[in-house]
Design a protein around this ligand. Structure first.
Ligand SMILES: Cc1cc2nc3c(=O)[nH]c(=O)nc-3n(C[C@H](O)[C@H](O)[C@H](O)COP(=O)(O)OP(=O)(O)OC[C@H]3O[C@@H](n4cnc5c(N)ncnc54)[C@H](O)[C@@H]3O)c2cc1C
Length: 370
């Protein structure tokens, strides 16, 4: 599209998570008029770490925000998978051969603060919970629970796994329960029983449980995450320290000790869900990005990274195509094959035998239960 067309484009982004913030940054760099509408009155993220992949960091360089993000990260050389007792199983170098940029480990809270911090002031409107989206003429109208409305030529639905935009325009399929819980917290490196020896992410795996140690050296902390089989699909289940200790039985004694010492008030507990692939991500004036489009299980560590990549691909498509309609089709054609595959791979979980070993005769709650 021509620069003048892009400058006249009024864009409303729904959701100020990683996907919405990244799309807002990329689209505002094109010169478009961007507003972001977020339901929360204060932005807060889970106390946990994630890895920003080389391709994500390269996008940040392109957007001129590499330093602002890198400042609150530690670069990492590889991700290692080990048995429950610490025997190495696999190592993935990041950067891989040919990649120039490291994966950077970051606290989720620092990440959203840094991303929102590089948006022009006044762009994000808090306290705007989307209730409905309606296409009208060549654009769409958003209605919020606070009684206000907004009109835009393009609406970007970045409203996460329970997306209202997806539900109203693209798919009414509910999220799908994975049969697992995620328990996430951040502890001081000193409390990590000497298990943090460098800046690399390690995952210990055995008997229905994965334990992640993700160092955040710049904070003197480590993200300590347990993902464990559990048939209870309640979104925010009640779980005790004893339950957690059961999930790490037989693991390296130091991992058991870290778990024993956890302050349960700091542990974020949730059942793990994804969505089935959505056939179509766009109309002529509304498009989905991030978890709203393709929420995936976290086993590949790609959900947030994919959300960032979506924002970049959407901006690229708008630059390359001759019209908005063409751009949205190009964006979907570029991104959907990649995220369909990531959704598929991320679902490759435990075998039935392994599940039966942890919960004899008990099946996880039915897929789709909320
Ligand atoms: C246990 C776990 C571990 C993970 N680990 C990793 C990892 O290591 N690496 C990785 O890349 N990814 C990881 N992910 C995935 C990652 O968290 C998500 O893919 C990412 O947060 C998606 O970003 P998003 O902006 O699309 O959605 P969200 O982060 O869900 O943001 C959506 C935003 O929209 C707002 N919103 C929702 N509804 C409305 C509404 N009606 N009106 C207005 N605003 C609304 C929400 O308040 C929120 O701010 C993990 C996920 C889980 C559950």
């Amino acid at each position: 599209m021509q620069l003048s067309d892009l400058e006249n484009l009024k864009i409303a982004v729904v959701g100020a998570g990683y996907g919405g913030a990244a799309a807002a940054k990329a689209l505002s760099l094109l010169g478009a008029q961007v507003d972001v509408y977020e339901q929360a009155s204060r932005i807060r993220e889970v106390g946990a770490g994630i890895g920003l992949r080389p391709s994500t960091m390269i996008r940040f360089r392109e957007w001129g925000i590499f330093d602002a993000i890198a400042e609150v990260t530690s670069p990492s050389d590889y991700f290692e998978i080990l048995t429950a007792t610490g025997d190495p199983l696999m190592k993935e170098a990041w950067p891989a051969d040919g990649e120039q940029v490291h994966t950077h480990l970051i606290h989720r809270g620092d990440f959203i603060d840094a991303l929102l911090g590089v948006l022009p002031g006044g762009m994000v409107h808090l306290g705007h919970k989307l209730e409905s989206v309606e296409e009208k003429g060549e654009g769409a109208i958003l209605t919020f629970a606070n009684g206000t409305t907004a009109e835009a030529d393009l609406v970007v639905g970045a409203d996460g796994i329970k997306s209202v935009v997806r539900h109203q325009l693209f798919s009414q399929q509910p999220p799908v329960f994975s049969g697992e819980h995620a328990y996430r917290t951040v502890i001081s490196t000193d409390a990590a029983q000497g298990m943090v020896v460098d800046d690399n992410l390690r995952m210990y795996i055995g008997r229905g449980t994965k334990v992640y140690l993700l160092p955040l050296r710049h904070r003197g902390q480590v993200s300590f995450d347990i993902t464990a089989l559990n048939p209870d699909g309640t979104w925010a289940p009640q779980v005790t320290k004893e339950n957690l200790l059961k999930t790490v039985e037989g693991f390296d004694e130091r991992l058991v000790a870290i778990t024993r010492d956890l302050d349960m008030d700091t542990v974020n507990i949730r059942a793990v869900y994804d969505i089935d692939p959505v056939d179509t991500w766009h109309t002529d004036s509304v498009v989905l990005v991030g978890d709203a489009a393709h929420s995936m299980l976290h086993h590949q560590g790609q959900g947030a990274n994919s959300a960032i990549e979506d924002g970049g691909a959407l901006a690229d498509a708008l630059k390359q195509a001759d019209s908005l309609k063409e751009a949205l089709a190009l964006y979907q054609a570029t991104r959907k094959p990649v995220t369909d595959e990531l959704q598929r791979i991320s679902r490759q979980g435990w075998t039935e035998e392994e599940i039966n070993d942890v919960f004899p005769g008990q099946k996880p709650a039915a897929a789709g239960q909320e």
